[in-house]
Design a protein around this ligand. Sequence first.
Ligand code: PLP
Length: 364
Amino acid sequence: MPFSDRILMGPGPCNPYPEVMAAFARPVLGHLDPEFVALLDETNERLRRVFRTANQLTFPVSATGSAGMEASFVNVVRPGDDVVIGVNGVFGGRMCDVAARAGANVHRVDVEWGKAIDPQQLLDAHPSPRIIAVVHAETSTGVRNDVAELGANKGDALLLVDCVTSLGGIPLEIDEWGIDLAYSGTQKCLGVPPGLAPLTVSPRAIERIVETPQSWYLDLNMIKKYVTGEGARAYHHTAPISMVYALHAGLGVILEEGLEQSWARHAECGALLQEGLQNLGFELFAQEGHRLPELTTVVVPTDLPAGLDEAAVRRRLLERYGIEVGGGLGAYAGKVWRIGCMGHTARPRNVTLLLGALAEILQR
Ligand code: PLP
């Protein structure tokens, strides 16, 4: 199976939109070329529309989603700050690690994997934290954590949200929900290859940026000056020009389709997939009512055909049908499959193909 035929239904990356791949063929401009700067400005404006925010400090960090996470924490955490973090999967755990390395006093609220975090539990974890942080869409478990209630009751805290797997795929309202810092990744529901971390920072969070963050590369002090008007653009690092073209194109596809329509397409595919899997006798892993349409977790059946283990099923899907799905992480390695339906991949025909392939392999 040639890799041009792959259907990427793992936890990410998804198949990029064709317009995105065409954008990579655009001639490379200098990173300070006025035409490139104008395209970057337009990309930031498109990001504001997809994040649903008026935040002026909105731009793609030149690195993957994890750098967005790190940028969000290191710029506002001072040593000894109380930081409440919800953990119901791998990425909440990663947040704790990043915050602790920045010197935070982490108050970790652990919830069983597969279940959603009750916002009240986070609000009750500390009377006056500097930051409350949560993953909106936990890619390791397929669970959506509710965010709006946190924003409404955060008090003086900053609300920091991981939107890597939610941006463009499910409703997300940065300003309406009172989110102060949010980051994403390009490879999920934005339909762009991995490589950039869209980031948005509220004016309230800008005021709390520390003087010397524990990172040179991710220090927001320089770029915040362009927003506050205190400084002009100057060289910081050489922007990954072609990735910015790709993100610009991916956001263009989403805005042309309509953001709500993109959410609806992801919702439709997730529902078709989850219903289809249950009809085939599979058990879904994530808590009902909090299942992500863009990332479905399914319990690996105990009655696999003779000679096939879970890894062999995934290998056969890849080799025979060209379909990639993901395995479980951490304690759930070998116990669940993670099936993505994101970006350009979120099409009913891909769901039908996967269900058919699984039915053939598992003789159901
Ligand atoms: N947060 C979540 C929810 C993710 O799913 C991922 C990656 O899958 C990350 C953070 C880290 O992003 P990256 O792998 O692009 O560094």
